[in-house]
Design a protein around this ligand. Structure first.
Ligand code: SF4
Length: 340
């Protein structure tokens, strides 16, 4: 590991003042569950680590509009087990508990979950070129080992996937990311937070280098509470990233018809994958396996494998149908909790 300095300011102003003008030399650290690995491997360097754990962003609070405000520094475990999250957003609780391990969830922060980097093998292997590590070097995954890689939204420069489970649920719930810098505050809709790789795979998000995530706002979603499912398919049940995951939420009326639907995929692209038209296909219809298959086909339009990951296309179709059928049956808590 390269040498680095460390500070632990206890006010937002002190943090923002430290960052202004020093963006390239400073990295924020909260749980550190991904950043420290990356620093130890030499994938990322941080001349100065700014510990933000002293800031007052570790609470989970009800919002006046009926939604929730998740502090960026609240731990993933505290979020997943919080009574308001479990009651109002079981989709999110289940997605968080499907990820990582209990130890990691105890340490990892909500803001850090959004900012975790891909687990592409080549990204971590300094002996191989990688455009995400250093743009312009080339992509070693293309033509290489691609079992975990993208089938949607990839580019000739990068075919990596985003590793988060939590973010797939946040995409389906249309969360809003609140950020702050010395230049002021802004809110980023979740769909605009993560980027597709295009010709700059080294840039994962739309967050500016001087911006700090303070909160993640969840809009009210009571209509989806009774019929939401997070389904994660992976190589093994313990401590593995998704080959494909599905966040499915249905608003089913008293007449048995779907009023609206949310559907997001993980493990298939550089960001959680949604398609508003696929969701609109479900509205106004009764839950039905054939209908779910049609929506899955629409959502997977344009999917392309790299050979070794071609199986993800039918796997994703089947997972979407299964998740929607399960959501129709009703929400079940902690269906995929990883306790190992
Ligand atoms: Fe790097 Fe992306 Fe290619 Fe992986 S897929 S080697 S992260 S450029």
């Amino acid at each position: 590991m390269n040498p680095f300095s460390y500070s632990h300011p206890d006010s937002l102003q002190a943090v923002l003042n430290s960052v202004a003008g020093n963006e390239g030399a400073i990295r924020f650290i909260a749980g550190g569950t991904n950043l420290l690995d990356l620093m130890k491997e030499g994938v990322m360097e941080a001349p100065h680590l700014l510990d933000i754990n002293g800031l007052p962003y570790n609470s989970i609070e009800a919002a006046p509009d009926g939604g929730l405000l998740l502090g960026a520094l609240a731990r993933n475990a505290d979020t997943a087990y919080h009574p308001l999250v479990r009651e109002r957003y079981p989709l999110l609780a289940n997605a968080i508990l499907a990820g990582a391990s209990p130890q990691l969830r105890n340490m990892a922060s909500n803001g850090g979950n959004l900012l975790q980097r891909t687990r592409c093998l080549y990204f971590y292997d300094l002996a191989t070129p990688c455009n995400k590590r250093r743009n312009g070097e080339g992509c070693s995954a293309i033509g290489g080992i691609t079992r975990q890689h993208a089938i949607l939204g990839a580019s000739e420069h990068c075919i990596a996937t985003h590793p988060s489970d939590m973010c797939v649920a946040l995409a389906a719930l249309e969360a809003v990311v609140h950020v702050e810098s010395a230049r002021g505050k802004r809110e980023i809709p979740f769909a605009a937070f993560h980027r597709l790789p295009k010709d700059r795979p080294d840039i994962d998000t739309s967050l500016a280098p001087d911006e700090l995530i303070t909160h993640i706002a969840l809009p009210p979603a009571d209509e989806y509470r009774a019929h939401s499912v997070y389904m994660k398919l992976r190589e093994r049940l313990s401590y593995a990233f998704a080959l494909v995951s599905v966040a499915a939420a249905l608003d089913i009326g008293a007449d048995g018809a779907i009023r609206s639907a949310r559907l997001a995929l993980g493990g298939v692209a550089h960001k959680p994958w949604r398609n508003a038209q696929a969701e609109a296909m479900l509205a106004g219809n009764r839950p039905d396996e054939a209908l779910f298959g049609d929506a899955a086909d629409f959502l997977l339009q344009g999917a392309v494998g790299q050979g070794a990951n071609d199986f993800k296309i039918p796997l994703a179709r089947n997972a979407i149908v299964r998740a929607l059928l399960a959501a129709t049956e009703g929400t079940a808590m902690n269906t995929g909790e990883n306790n190992d």
